[in-house]
Design a protein around this ligand. Structure first.
Ligand SMILES: Nc1ncnc2c1ncn2[C@@H]1O[C@H](COP(=O)(O)OP(=O)(O)O)[C@@H](O)[C@H]1O
Ligand SMILES: [Mg+2]
Length: 257
């Protein structure tokens, strides 16, 4: 794991009119690590990663990519730098084949000036296989895959096209146990391939399964960053829930929430 972060966000501030969505949030991700961004609904997680990926411009603060200050004006800018984002509502067309989805919006493979469908197909199959998914055929429709497998198509595509940083916005929140385990295994593979993963979740167990570091957001502010081994799942859960509020709630419900 290299010491220098690939992406470093410094004192990020984001206002939407009178709404302060982010205030003084700093966060970085290094090659080969999975840095989890946790927080309850409305904490500012999506806003934060949209700022990292050029969807939003920060109201104040700096974004450094490999040590250089960046001014992303669009998601395309961040993608060209090597930041890939996989959103929860995946931009995929269910009736279209896995191959078509894999290459969507990208330069097709060409041979003698013609699109080389055979190579597009075999590349898709082999990239999916690397992620632990054996497609029946490259023509298999994306709609026939499970939610976890669809996440994996999006992740495999980002990795194949050279992402240095992969941002996953709640990739496991709509999945069952088994599919979640598959996506977590995929995250682990991607990290081991040297990519920096930003994994957003409000599930402490999912974070603990793959995270190297953990940052908790609460109402647009960071509650700090801890490395694996420095924090227990209980402490992380407590932080996410705003600590005291949770203790009170537990008390009034007479048990563990
Ligand atoms: N485009 C927007 N305009 C106004 N307020 C927004 C916008 N996007 C997000 N917010 C507000 O910012 C806060 C954080 O939202 P969000 O980043 O989606 O949280 P999370 O992803 O952690 O659930 C919320 O109060 C939300 O209403
Ligand atoms: Mg969100």
């Amino acid at each position: 794991m290299s010491a220098e972060p690939i992406v470093k966000m410094v004192d990020i501030e984001k206002h939407f009119g009178p709404v302060i969505a982010l205030s003084g949030v700093s966060f970085d991700v290094k090659a080969g690590e999975c840095h989890c961004l946790l927080g309850d609904n409305g904490a500012g997680k999506s806003t934060f990663i949209k700022t990292m990926s050029g969807v939003h411009k920060p109201t104040a603060g700096q974004i450094l990519f490999e040590g250089q200050e960046m001014n992303f004006n669009s998601p395309r800018d961040s993608m060209e730098a090597g930041i890939a984002t996989v959103y929860q509502d995946l931009a995929m067309i269910p009736l279209m084949s896995v191959t078509r989805n894999f290459w969507m919006g990208r330069e097709p493979v060409k041979r003698f000036g013609m699109i080389d469908f055979d190579r597009a197909n075999s590349t898709t199959m082999s990239e999916m296989k690397k992620m632990g998914i054996n497609l029946r055929s490259p023509d298999q429709a994306v709609g026939t895959l499970s939610g976890g497998e669809r996440q994996t198509v999006a992740i495999a595509r980002a990795v194949y096209f050279g992402a240095k940083v992969l941002i996953l916005d709640e990739p496991t929140s709509a999945l069952g146990v088994r599919q979640t385990a598959n996506v977590l295994a995929t995250v682990d593979r991607v990290r081991k391939a040297g990519i920096g993963v930003v994994f957003i979740t409000h599930n402490v167990r999912h974070a603990m399964a793959v995270g190297d570091r953990f940052t908790v957001l609460n109402r647009g502010k960071t509650l700090g960053t801890a490395a694996r081994g420095e924090i227990t799942p209980e402490e992380l859960q407590d932080l996410m829930a705003g600590g005291q509020e949770m203790a009170q709630l537990e008390g009034s419900l007479g048990g563990t929430v």
